[in-house]
Design a binder for this molecule. Structure first.
Ligand code: IMP
Ligand code: MG
Length: 183
């Protein structure tokens, strides 16, 4: 798919993300205070940078597992149909789980994955999303923790892609097409 030209405007700095993750880690440690071992489940691929930074902030016994759900493909719109492309390696029945997502947009992905993992009867499962676009929500779901609420903008960086590009940016930026007429 040929790309329209775009630039990326910084929206959330690497420093702000790091500071927010420290706060979130303290809240997560408190919420799982009686947990012997926390299974941190990352939703691939967008959460890989966030989960790497988050687990290194957590002062507790942690295991990491991954799940991959179908995503946007190369488009900027949710397919609203979620398929599991790669399942967890480990069992979560009776365990304490934290599901880590990059962005909650329409909410279809998080809802689907939460329902799937709940059907496996973890002892507790909570959810965290780095970003939330509440104005885009189509299904009623919220993560237990959110890093930042953002407006309805298409964002990239810190693990998040546009057609597989820009995941390696250390900050969150918004995509601005440069072939659009500016008023
Ligand atoms: P939902 O099912 O519509 O909530 O979509 C969630 C998934 O869509 C996220 O996990 C992201 O992978 C992707 N997504 C949503 N918004 C953006 C964005 O602004 N940039 C890149 N990917 C996004
Ligand atoms: Mg995703």
């Amino acid at each position: 798919m040929p790309h329209r030209p775009y630039v990326i405007d910084q929206m959330i700095s690497a420093k702000s993300i790091a500071a927010r993750i420290e706060d979130l880690a303290r809240e997560i440690e408190a919420a799982y205070a009686d947990t012997e071992r926390l299974i941190v489940v990352g939703l691939l691929r967008g959460s890989f940078v966030f989960i790497a930074d988050l687990v290194r902030e957590l002062d507790m016994n942690v295991e990491v597992d991954f799940l991959e759900a179908s995503s946007y493909g190369d488009s900027m719109e949710s397919s609203r149909e979620v398929r599991i492309l790669k399942d967890l390696r480990g069992k979560i029945g009776g365990k304490d789980v934290l599901l880590v997502e990059d962005i909650v947009d329409t909410g279809f992905t998080l809802k689907h994955v939460v329902n799937l993992l709940q059907s496996r009867k973890p002892r507790v499962m909570k959810t965290i999303a780095l970003l939330d676009k509440p104005s885009r929500r189509e299904v009623d779901i919220r993560a237990d923790w959110t890093g930042f609420e953002i407006p309805d903008e298409f964002v990239v960086g810190y693990g998040i892609d546009f057609a597989q590009r820009n995941r390696n940016l250390p900050f969150i930026g918004k995509v601005r097409f440069t072939d659009e007429c500016e008023a």
